[in-house]
Design a protein around this ligand. Structure first.
Ligand code: NAP
Length: 265
């Protein structure tokens, strides 16, 4: 099998620069170009991210038409990520998307595009395999413990709240949990937001602090007991084995996959 030709969008970012290193060190992966809105026409080696002299494009359409990659890895911002993913699919390139903040409508639109184009696409709000296992374990627990509070903690540069992982966790728990509004029926917030965001009666709390990377605790409570399931990413390298798995998998797919849990056994 030949090399998988990859384009990375967002190569100067915290995740994108880690993805550049992943592609550089992975046999059979080839970094063909990067997409960066501020450095059109330069080489990646001029951006201080890598010594690779691959071209930098600002215009995704030009990039994908010229380079003709197999896969686009997007690690940018929600609006840009959505535009990049749609454009990649329309040009026959398989997207692997780590960018978070996509709405339900965005996901539905991308799923339709994949079906029409018969192309694989992997969107993973969390590439850390430990976080994926946390979600799976939380789903098992949610069947027996309907009272749950999700606390997600991230660095203070994160744009979207709640995190994609906490939403995905809540969605997975909601599939098995009897719907229930938690807390006292007459509870009242004296400060708006004190009880966090409401997802099918579950509460999601978002903490933003410098020094953190990505962390989540799913707390279940019942009479006389509690159960906490927690995952911590201490370094962005924790996401890279999932990125590699997603790239390898998307090459064999012609469907839309949302969440890494759907591609691990
Ligand atoms: P970041 O450090 O802010 O990186 C985002 C990068 O995207 C920046 O370098 C930014 O450049 C660039 N960018 C913005 N608009 C662009 C455009 N039009 N074309 C190309 N590049 C563009 O953020 P991060 O921490 O790496 O996170 C990136 C995304 O991944 C976020 O959505 C985050 O929530 C998500 N994330 C996902 C996972 C996962 O496991 N799936 C884990 C961590 C983070 P400028 O700064 O110059 O604008």
């Amino acid at each position: 099998m030949g090399n998988t030709k990859i384009v990375i969008a967002g190569p100067r970012g915290r995740m994108g620069s880690e993805a550049v290193k992943l592609v550089e060190r992975t046999e059979n992966f080839e970094l063909a170009a990067v997409i960066d809105h501020k450095h059109n026409g330069k080489l990646l080696s001029e951006l201080g991210v890598s010594t690779l002299a691959v071209p930098v494009y600002s215009d995704i359409i030009e990039c994908l038409n010229v380079v003709k990659p197999d896969v686009l890895i997007d690690l940018t911002t929600p609006e840009v990520g959505m535009y990049h993913t749609k454009t990649a699919l329309s040009l026959g390139v398989r997207p692997v998307v780590g960018t978070t903040g996509f709405t339900k409508e965005n996901l539905a639109e991308l799923e339709t595009l994949c079906r029409e184009r018969e192309l694989g696409c992997v969107i993973a709000p969390n590439f850390a395999l430990g976080a994926v296992l946390m979600m799976k374990f939380a789903q098992v627990a949610g069947k027996y413990f309907p009272d749950v509070e999700i606390i997600e903690l991230h660095h203070d540069k994160k744009l979207d709240a709640p995190s994609g992982t906490s939403l995905k966790t809540a969605e997975m728990i909601a599939e098995v949990r009897e719907e229930k509004k938690q807390g006292h029926p007459n509870e009242k917030e004296t400060l708006p937001g004190a009880r966090g965001a409401d997802f099918a009666g579950m509460h999601i709390h978002s903490v933003r602090l410098p020094g953190l990377i990505a962390h989540e605790q799913v707390m279940f409570g019942a009479e006389g007991q509690s159960l906490s399931i927690r995952h911590d990413s201490y370094d962005r390298v924790s996401f890279m084995s999932g990125v590699k798995l997603a790239v390898d998998t998307v090459m064999k797919l012609n469907t839309f996959v949302y969440g890494l849990e759907n591609i691990i056994d």
